[in-house]
Design a protein around this ligand. Structure first.
Ligand code: PFF
Length: 481
């Protein structure tokens, strides 16, 4: 592959917007608050922060190092860094994870888009029964599939424009807007009379919930931190392959992780105060918060927002926030597979003799072609839509599409966040810690010796022992316990 010609992100802001855009997503707004509600409030937040610090950030950094040094899609990066070895299977594993995540993520993203449109047209405001509205959507695969297809097409449209004019530009436009909408919503929520109770629920340790969750808190927090940081599956590795030489990897990893974590906490600081302040029945609200997931974002919150003055504006803001968060994440997921197909897959087609430069075979001439980005994006999108269709059908009340007792949708969520991403994290830390030449590790961290190299030994120790062993223990204990 022509490595010199590889495109790079144009600006530092673009890099932060793209990486943080990937990280900040439905995971922050849809999953973090309900995990915290289920797993003991502040206790979960604390364990989560520890997972981010000890496992998440070191592996984010490892993905940055590998991606920039390997300068290719996630499989190509391993091949470039370990020629002749089989490590590129780690890359295939990552690509599979990206595909499976998109299967269910696009469906939820489709819901957010539908709710944004319903908010804009005012239809959401005229709804009497929000549970029925959402149940209708879940039981109506055609509607779900339509919105999912629209969302996938929007994602594909951006990625087809390429790294600079597509991903970077879109992230630079969307991320500031997302943060602004988030701050406005947060200011509104925490100034509601009675908001304090919600904040206390989120930030005060709740021993009763925590003890019933037990060891599950650890696996939940680990899975959530990986999912939220987009780490462990080649997404950040692919983005880092577009980083220029002067990008400071440690600083970028720190900024991205801080933004992601702040947004998760801000989302909690919107949802819990709103939930407590606007309800007449805090008991059942607590139950809804714990059940989490769709119930929270698509039933409880829209219903609560209706009791505010200027309700329509608040629900437009809320769903705009979700749409923006989803879209900046789906483009990063799609790029993992697009980069792979565009760079690795070749098709051989017959070509008329007069255009052929290489030697003819039996009179038929063949030439290898790369798959153009827009074409790659279209083919992959069709695959995602097919997977999304299965997910949508699995959500209906009477659906038989179950795997191990879970809906196919929940199964994909479980397998990717709780298994594949942590396992991917183990692969990445072992490869960077044990196989990768220390000189490359040091050169990437210090930008070829132009910036000081600090804590190198500690970092190397984390990659070799702490991260892989820690993640493995949490995984095993969580699965057996
Ligand atoms: N980090 C995203 C979120 O929190 O919603 C989800 C995600 C995006 C996971 C990209 C993995 C990924 F590669």
């Amino acid at each position: 592959m022509d490595q010199k010609a590889r495109v790079t992100f144009g600006t530092k802001l673009g890099i932060i917007a793209a990486t943080a855009g990937s990280a900040v997503g439905l995971g922050n707004i849809w999953r973090f608050p309900s995990q915290a509600a289920q797993d003991g409030g502040a206790i979960f937040v604390f364990v989560y922060l520890a997972c981010v610090a000890f496992f998440g950030i070191p592996i984010v950094l490892a993905e940055f190092i590998l991606g920039r040094a390997g300068k290719a899609n996630s499989a190509g990066t391993y091949r470039n860094l370990a020629p002749g070895k089989k490590f590129h299977y780690f890359g295939y594993f990552a690509i599979l994870a990206a595909f499976l995540i998109m299967g269910f993520y696009m469906v939820v993203s489709g819901w957010t888009l539908e709710y944004l449109v319903l908010s804009i047209t005012g239809e959401l405001g005229r709804t009497q029964d929000f549970s029925a509205l959402f149940a209708n959507l879940r039981n109506n695969p055609t509607a779900q599939i339509t919105w999912m297809v629209i969302f996938t097409a929007a994602t594909a449209g951006i990625v087809a424009f390429g790294v600079k004019k597509g991903i970077e530009l879109a992230s630079k436009l969307m991320m500031p807007l997302l943060l602004l909408v988030m701050l406005i919503l947060c200011a509104r929520a925490v100034t509601l009379p009675g908001a304090n109770e919600g904040l206390v629920y989120l930030f005060a340790p709740n021993l009763e919930n925590a003890s019933s969750a037990g060891m599950r808190i650890l696996t939940d927090a680990l899975g959530q931190s990986f999912f939220s940081l987009s780490v462990g599956m080649g997404c950040l590795m692919t983005y880092a392959s577009y980083f220029g030489k002067d990008v400071r990897l440690v600083k970028t990893a720190g900024t991205m992780a801080s933004l992601d974590t702040s947004v998760a906490i801000l989302a909690g600081a919107i949802i819990f105060p709103a939930a407590f302040a606007l309800t007449t029945d805090p008991g059942s609200m607590v139950e809804t918060l714990k059940t989490g997931g769709p119930g929270l974002v698509f039933i409880a919150i829209p219903q609560l927002l209706q009791s505010l003055p200027a309700a329509q504006i608040w629900s437009v803001f809320f769903f705009l926030l979700l749409v923006l968060a989803s879209l900046t994440s789906t483009i990063s997921l799609l790029e993992v597979i697009t980069a792979f197909v565009h760079e690795e897959v070749r098709v051989t087609l017959p070509k008329p003799i007069r255009f052929q430069k290489t030697k003819p075979e039996n009179g038929v001439l063949h030439q290898e072609y790369r798959i153009a980005r827009p074409f790659a994006v279209s083919v992959i999108s069709i695959g995602i839509i097919v997977l999304g269709i299965f997910c949508s059908y699995s959500l209906g009340d009477h659906s038989a599409l179950k795997v191990f007792g879970m809906s196919f949708f929940d199964f994909l969520d479980f397998v990717t966040a709780k298994l594949m991403m942590p396992i991917g994290g183990i692969f990445i830390s072992l490869f960077a810690g044990w196989y990768l030449d220390k000189k490359i590790l040091a050169a990437e961290l210090s930008n070829e010796g132009t910036i000081p190299l600090r804590f190198f030994k500690t970092y190397s120790f984390i990659l070799r022992f702490i991260a892989p062993l820690g993640i493995a223990v949490v995984l095993v204990v969580g699965l057996v316990g």
